[in-house]
Design a protein around this ligand. Structure first.
Ligand SMILES: NC(=O)c1ccc[n+]([C@@H]2O[C@H](COP(=O)([O-])OP(=O)(O)OC[C@H]3O[C@@H](n4cnc5c(N)ncnc54)[C@H](O)[C@@H]3O)[C@@H](O)[C@H]2O)c1
Length: 249
């Protein structure tokens, strides 16, 4: 039997990259998936890719930083399939590549809206449904940059570190329920987000990696799929590294 038969997932930022790979992986094992995406072009394409692989998919177009997007995702998913078992808070942006003193408060707010406010909003609106079911798996996508810092990307690193603190707090709050909340910290993975970094930045990170290579989307998706499964029962508020051994803790 497939691991996610009968399960219903919401994946944010699933138009491309890691989010799409995660949606495809969950779908390939039987999950029905609501794709939440700000970009209508990639959103439509993702829906087509999921449907082509035989995955039932719903689509919510919107910015995860707007509370209405989470409300619509929850309402439409419950209307369509009656439950929400898995939430993957994947949508994220890297922000301006510049030293902190050349960044602005407006830029910090912009990165925060997607990377942390979006995670908070989706969790707060999905958890009541999961509590009713007394079952749920939430996976927040943080970054190795949260643990190590990332020069020229202080708003990104800081908001991703916030995702870890948030994950640990809500996991503790839910520990005596059937809901588990964990996060992953990918290193460098080959997606479009890398186009926002300079080749020098990418090279520097690859050089630091013990494996000497970037990660692949499927490698992160495999970890997320386990965290989204019933088998992940005694891990909660934990940070799962997918960085080729780059982060040392
Ligand atoms: N690729 C990496 O090297 C890497 C490393 C560590 C962490 N991450 C994290 O993984 C997640 C996915 O990154 P990716 O590499 O697939 O990036 P990506 O840019 O390829 O994909 C991100 C997706 O999220 C969508 N999105 C962005 N802002 C949104 C918003 N406000 N509302 C809804 N959708 C939004 C984008 O349109 C895009 O489809 C991000 O949170 C990122 O920070 C990526």
């Amino acid at each position: 039997m497939s691991r996610f038969n009968g399960r219903v997932a919401i994946v944010t930022g699933a138009g491309e990259g890691l989010g799409l790979g995660i949606a495809q992986r969950l779908g390939s094992e039987g999950a029905r998936v609501t794709v939440v995406e700000i970009n209508p072009v990639t959103a439509g394409e993702a829906a087509r890719i999921l449907s082509d692989q035989g995955t039932e998919a719903g689509l919510v177009l919107g910015d995860v930083g707007d509370e209405e997007t989470a409300l619509e995702a929850v309402e439409s998913t419950i209307q369509r399939w009656g439950r929400i078992d898995i939430l993957v808070n994947n949508a994220g942006i890297s922000g301006l590549v510049a030293p902190t003193w050349k960044q602005t408060l407006e830029e910090l707010d912009r990165v925060y809206r997607t990377n942390l406010r979006g995670v908070f909003s989706f969790c707060s609106h999905v958890v009541p449904q999961m509590l009713q079911q007394d079952y749920g798996r939430i996976i927040n996508v943080s970054s190795a940059a949260a643990k190590e810092g990332f020069p020229l990307a202080a708003p990104y690193s800081a908001t991703k570190a916030g995702v870890i603190g948030f994950t640990k707090s809500i996991a503790w709050e839910l520990a005596r329920t059937g809901i588990r909340v964990n996060c992953v910290t990918p290193g460098i993975v080959m997606t479009n987000i890398l186009n926002t970094l300079t080749p020098k930045q990418v090279e520097a990170v690859v050089e630091k990696s013990p494996m000497g290579r970037v990660g692949e989307v499927r490698e992160v998706a495999a970890m997320v799929a386990w965290l989204a499964s019933e088998e992940c029962s005694y891990s909660n508020g934990a940070v799962f590294d997918v960085s080729g051994g780059r982060t040392s803790y």
